[in-house]
Design a protein around this ligand. Structure first.
Ligand SMILES: *Cc1c(COP(=O)(O)O)cnc(C)c1O
Length: 226
């Protein structure tokens, strides 16, 4: 199957999921996860209409961004970010998807201030016991409260990566849980709007449960090179 066929297929399935759940297509951002794929493929995808690309290795993002040139595409950093890699991402990624500790918020803030920008980011919520990443829902309020003193970091939503399930329906409770978490705190934290959830195997369920950002890799680009 060609890249165009795969992009069209994913688009069609997103469109159908939007119709089923009475949502507008423009309220869902498709981030094409391009990690480990060469820049050529990103450019081809861009010609075919995609604008947002997700990377989860900091140096890879830096290198691709540099080679592609300023403003060529919108980059998203979707992986776990170590503090010593923050410098590769600030000013380069439009959105950092997986912030889960205050030391990272502090470092993002410091680097953003130094380069005169603001970092937009999402808070990663823990997606199950086997995952070491993400904060637990019961600490979210406290986390947002403390993060609010960092003026160069703007937290704009939540992100989750549930365990991998063969059956996409198994992801549904994780996705609805994330939406409920956002809605519960909406009065206190109206800036937390985005829900980054749904990957190749379960993005339609994510749309039905209110995802505003999908992170889809292999369904668009095919199997990832090792
Ligand atoms: C790799 C990755 C994806 C995309 O995975 P696919 O199954 O290829 O769609 C999404 N989110 C994160 C955080 C990833 O690391």
């Amino acid at each position: 199957m060609s890249l165009k066929d795969r992009i069209d297929g994913v688009e069609q399935r997103i469109g159908e999921a939007c119709r089923r759940s009475r949502r507008k297509r423009e309220d869902v951002l498709l981030v094409a996860v391009s990690k480990k794929f060469p820049l050529d493929m990103i450019f081809e995808a861009r010609r075919l209409g995609l604008q947002d690309f997700g990377e989860n290795y900091a140096q890879e993002l830096r290198d691709k961004q540099k080679e592609a040139g300023e403003g060529a595409v919108h980059w998203h950093f979707i992986g776990a970010l170590q503090r010593n890699k923050v410098k590769y991402v600030v000013g380069k990624a439009d959105l950092v998807h997986a912030v889960d500790n205050m030391a990272l918020v502090a470092e993002l803030d410091k680097r953003a201030a130094a380069s005169g920008t603001r970092v937009r980011a999402l808070v990663e919520i823990n997606g199950g016991e086997q995952s070491k990443n993400g904060i637990r829902g019961e600490y979210l309020r406290e986390f947002l409260e403390s993060a609010s003193r960092f003026q160069n970091v703007s937290l704009e939503g939540l992100m989750i990566m549930p365990p991998y399930f063969e059956d996409p329906e198994m992801s549904r409770p994780w996705f609805s849980g994330l939406r409920e978490m956002r809605d519960k705190i909406a009065g206190e934290f109206p800036g937390i709007r985005e829900l980054s959830m749904g990957m190749s195997n379960d993005f339609e369920v994510a749309v039905e449960e209110g995802a505003t950002i999908l992170r889809v890799g292999s369904a668009l680009f095919g199997p990832r090179p090792e």
